[in-house]
Design a protein around this ligand. Sequence first.
Ligand SMILES: C[S@@+](CC[C@H](N)C(=O)[O-])C[C@H]1O[C@@H](n2cnc3c(N)ncnc32)[C@H](O)[C@@H]1O
Length: 389
Amino acid sequence: MPLDDDDDRKWVYRSHTAAKHEVLRKYLKPWTNKLTTYNLKSGDQNKVRVVDCFAGRGSYVDTEDTDPLSLEHISTPAEFPGSPQLILDRLTERSDQFDSAECTFIEADLTNYEILEENIERTSGYDQDISVNCKHGEFQNTVLNVIESTDGNDCPTFFFIDPFGFQSLDYDVVTELGSTPQFEFLITFMSRDMNRFLGSEDHQEALNTVFGEDEWQSKIDSYDASNWVPLVEYYTDRLEANGPSQTFEYMITEPETTQTVYYLVFGTNSSAGLQTMREVMSYCGTGKFAYAPKKPEYNRNQAQLPIGNNQTKEFLQDRFEEYIVTFSKLVEVCSEERKYSDATVSDYREALHELEDEGEVDIQRITSEKTGIQGSDLVDFHNSDKFAG
Ligand SMILES: C[S@@+](CC[C@H](N)C(=O)[O-])C[C@H]1O[C@@H](n2cnc3c(N)ncnc32)[C@H](O)[C@@H]1O
């Protein structure tokens, strides 16, 4: 018998909970920085919104093998706090950057909701420009109304979609959120549960709702229990078909085995959003876009050899040989075309420094004053006859 969502046994803070919170925590700060800068540049009201769509209780009853998340700015009665407090804490950290921030915490289970409400009522220290709204209801039936009643896509909005299972991940709702230009999401995609139920007649309809079509079974043929990449790839392809233009995945396993628990699936319509999350996911967990202590060899880009600086240099020369390109554009293209390679922004910078020393490229400093490489600095690959800004 599956446990009810308000069963205390479901509320133990585990390593994979911490791994998930680490990504959320590390992304919210650069997200706030970037989006508020964008608001200011575009002359829009300087507001951001975070919707925690499966907010939970705002507390766990116990921890196992790991420390609970630490909060720097706010105080809460929960000994082991949850994602709502993490969000309030991170926004408070960056509250000098916005005029207002709006947090909505949606929770369907009444017992959990009441615990959440009490925890949030007794949480203090978060910035006065942050408004908080706890909402009792189901994500799939509530979130679009919440957005409509708060003026739709009026400001950059981040959705944390963190169910226990997969049943409520309604494809139409998720893609509607994901297709909105200023919206981004991070989904806990419960691959372990999916794996368990893929063959079960009783779950076919729920799975049809998750994937937004009935033919999924034949399309994930190459999937097997030891390699779940085809399953998550199929899901992200489905999301990209009608939702966000870019997705990115991060694998989370059990700490003591190689068993995948879930993938975090990120969706965005912005190249800058993809780049930022990619960087964050590259230094979270155990590396290579995963928390997988027992899979040190894990490489999401299975077909590719580990990427060293030489491969990065060769890639840059091949890809851009006909171009003069700004450093920002170069990083944007690389983040999209080499999504799961190890290289980060600083690796691209280092490779360009070496190419410059070897006389293979010329760099005209526009943003940088002296020898740095950033932003609008122009990189000329010598055979260039085209400009890519
Ligand atoms: C994994 S827990 C959330 C944990 C929380 N995000 C955190 O990190 O602390 C999932 C929560 O979603 C709630 N829930 C289940 N179905 C839901 C639905 N359709 N809409 C909103 N919440 C739901 C459950 O009661 C549970 O509290």
